[in-house]
Ligand binder design. Structure first.
Ligand SMILES: [Zn+2]
Length: 213
C-alpha cells in the first residue's frame, strides 16, 4: 500500500517517494505523520487538484526455476554430494572389482604359475577390473537407480519424470563416463557446472538427472 506523509515544505499531505522523501523532491526529514493511504490525497494549499495515488511499481512474478518435467534446479544443485558419492563408489567399486578382476584374470590365464601366464595375468587384470568397475555403476543404477555411494549421500539417478531410469539410460550415462572422467573428472565437472540442470555428458546422452532424495 502506498505511504503518505505530511511535508513541511509542501504544507500538505504528499506521497512518500521510493527514496523516503517527499514526492516533490523534499528530503525525508521534511516528512511527518507517515501513514498507509489509498485513493487521491487532498490538494496542496494553493492548488485545486487532489493528488492522485502513485501508480504501483510493477513487480514481475518470480521466474519459475529452470525445469524439465519433474526436475527443478534446486533438486539438482548437489555438486558436493555427487562428488562425495562418486569418491565413495570409486573406493568401494575399485576395492571390490580389483580383487574379483584379479581372480578372473588369474582363472582365465590358467593361474599365475608360469612367468608367461603371470604377464598375461597382469595385463588382463587392468581391463577386467575396469570393466567390472563400470559394471558396478551400471548394475546398481540400472537395478535401483542409485549406487551405495549415492544411497549414503541421499541422491539418486532419475529420468525427466523423476522416476527410475531404464537399463538403456543406465548404460548410456555410464558408457559416457569415459569422457566425463577425462582429466580426473574435470570434463564432467565442467559440464555439470555449465549445465542448468547439472548434467554431465552421460546425463545428457541418457537423459538422466541426479537429484537429492
Ligand atoms: Zn514536499
Amino acid at each position: 500500500m502506498p505511504k503518505a506523509a505530511f511535508c513541511s515544505e509542501c504544507h500538505g499531505y504528499v506521497w512518500v517517494a521510493p527514496d523516503g522523501g517527499c514526492m516533490n523532491g523534499h528530503p525525508g526529514p521534511c516528512l511527518r505523520d507517515f501513514h498507509d493511504a489509498v485513493g487521491p490525497l487532498p490538494p496542496l494549499p494553493g492548488h485545486t487538484d487532489s493528488i492522485p495515488a502513485p501508480v504501483p511499481t510493477y513487480e514481475p512474478p518470480p521466474l519459475p526455476p529452470t525445469c524439465v518435467g519433474a526436475i527443478t534446479a534446486d533438486r539438482v544443485d548437489i555438486l558436493g554430494r555427487r562428488a562425495g558419492a562418486f569418491a565413495l563408489d570409486w573406493i568401494i567399486g575399485q576395492t571390490l572389482t580389483y580383487h574379483v578382476g584379479r581372480m578372473l584374470a588369474s582363472a582365465l590365464s590358467g593361474g599365475a604359475t608360469t612367468s608367461g601366464a603371470g604377464v598375461l595375468w597382469l595385463v588382463m587384470t587392468v581391463p577386467i577390473s575396469l570393466a567390472l568397475l563400470y559394471g558396478y555403476f551400471f548394475a546398481f543404477e540400472a537395478a535401483l537407480g542409485f549406487t551405495p555411494g549415492k544411497l549414503i549421500f541421499r541422491i539418486r539417478v532419475v529420468n525427466s519424470q523423476g522416476r527410475r531410469i531404464s537399463c538403456l539410460q543406465a548404460l548410456k550415462r555410464n558408457a559416457a563416463r569415459v569422457v566425463d572422467l577425462i582429466l580426473w573428472g574435470g570434463v564432467g565437472f565442467a559440464l555439470v557446472s555449465a549445465s542448468p540442470l547439472r548434467q554431465r555428458l552421460g546425463d545428457r546422452w541418457g537423459e538422466t538427472f541426479v537429484v537429492r532424495v
